[in-house]
Design a protein around this ligand. Structure first.
Ligand code: URA
Length: 230
């Protein structure tokens, strides 16, 4: 196929924009700068844009270790989409983390998978590390293991793993607004630090804060395959 079609299929831009990128010498194929939009490539050609290798696939899937201070919506800055390659169109985070929350975030332009993962019927397990200001009560594990009625929803049973009296892991199955902060708040304490460490079978042990990697084919298939995957 033509190089400009290859780039268009990846959602890099309009044909006109792509032509400009190619003619400006920003695209290489198999280690050579190519300036002709009709240059022939195949799906297995090694193509880079401004030195960044491109992977020919219909959708992109990134796993990001989100830093605090970044928002998950596109209409403000700094936002998480600034932390992954920005030439793919329609990227969005799967669900949201609060601005001050760190940790695991999936970013993709596969709307169907996003829809599936955030659908309440999938109940993907999400594990958070938290620190809070007041000691957790003795019965905290029991309280959080039962549904809690909030004004706008009732949480499914969560799992608290206490590390100290003011820190621990909380695993929940939904992703309601401020859910972890509200569940810890229900115990009479305020979250002072929050980080998502796991999402279903995924973790971010190999990523430092602000770093991302692409999900592997196997991970993508596993995510598509169902809710628990454990
Ligand atoms: N729960 C919260 O309170 N905040 C988040 O960012 C995620 C879960």
């Amino acid at each position: 196929m033509r190089l400009d079609k290859y780039l268009a299929d990846l959602g890099i831009g309009t044909r006109k924009e792509i032509k400009k990128l190619i003619q400006a010498g920003l695209v290489s194929v198999d280690e050579e700068i190519i300036t002709k939009p009709d240059f022939k490539v195949t799906e297995s050609s090694y193509v880079t844009l401004e030195g960044e290798p491109l992977v020919y696939q219909q959708y992109q899937y990134f796993l990001l270790n989100k830093p605090a201070g970044f928002i998950c919506t596109k209409d403000g800055s700094p936002n998480v989409l600034e932390l992954v390659p920005n030439y793919y169109k329609d990227l969005n985070s799967v669900g949201r983390l609060d601005k001050e929350t760190e940790g695991l975030l999936i970013i993709t332009n596969d709307g169907q998978l996003t829809h599936q993962l955030i659908s309440p019927k999938y109940h993907v397990d999400k594990k958070y590390y938290f620190e809070c200001d007041e000691p957790l009560p003795a019965e905290a594990e029991l309280i959080l293991s039962q549904p809690i009625e909030f004004s706008d929803f009732t949480s499914l049973p969560g799992k608290l793993e206490r590390l100290t009296d003011t820190s621990g892991y909380l695993t929940i199955h939904e992703g309601k607004f401020h859910q972890v902060r509200r569940m810890i708040g229900y115990l009479g304490s305020t979250v002072t630090y929050l980080k998502r460490t796991e999402y279903s079978f995924l973790n971010i042990e190999d990523l430092s804060v602000g770093e991302y990697r692409e999900l592997t084919e196997e991970e993508i298939e596993k995510l598509k395959g169902g809710s628990d995957n454990e």
